[in-house]
Write a protein that binds this ligand. Sequence first.
Ligand code: MN
Length: 290
Amino acid sequence: LDFNPTFFSHRNVKNNMTLSSPDKDIRDFWIAHGKACRKIANYFGEELGITALDDIWIPDGTKDVPADRLGPRQHLKESLDEILSVKYDRKNIADAVEGKVFGIGVESYTVGSHEFYMNYAAKNGIMCLLDTGHYHPTEVVSDKISSMLLFNDSLALHVSRPVRWDSDHVIKFDDELKELATELVRCNALGKVFIGLDFFDASINRIAAWVIGMRNMQKALLYGLLTPNRHLKEAQDSADFTRVLQQLEEMKTLPFGDVWAEFCKRNEVPVDGQWYSVITDYEKDVLSKR
Ligand SMILES: [Mn+2]
């Protein structure tokens, strides 16, 4: 989860700091919390027989320009070392660390930056988690996947939809989602990535949010699989960039919806337009009575 530190009112968050706090008691509380989370993740993995992802993200930073950038990062590094010193079977738990460029209330300095975590993950043999809402608005995660996978066996993604500066809106079937999913296909990475979505937006029906988000991710992956990637690569390699542009643009009006509907039918799930009434009925008959 990502929480804006302004709203992160836990009593053990002191001066916007947790694992990187100068106060040892504060650090120790969050180290114990991190260890407990990993223990739970390991239990999930063990019981369910599938690897559970344990992702570490913290809200630490400063509102104004700090006097010391190194100190909090040294504390964070040592805190992570301590949390991760407990070894579990990697079949049960996959550890990841998640950076962020900035947050409201910590505009000038984010302790857990992308560089910090990318280096930490590389040095410690754990995963980097890229959140699509945690970079500069003109920076895209789709462009980072190939670089990460050249140096890592696996990668974790928090696929979200940033609005202005932050993540946490239900993903739309938009250009960047398609590009991200297509990159996963092109990099032959479908078996190497953990894809996490989020459904924080409580202004819409929770179940519908889940269905829309999940289906959009699946649509994007299907779109990536339907893209003639080998053919487009050949055009790029022969410097025929006009052909790349023309084909990618004309793909947009091909009957993708028919393939999606067939995919739904083969998986025995409702096609678009057939599931929403189930949710509104459930809202009326069950949720409204709680
Ligand atoms: Mn995230």
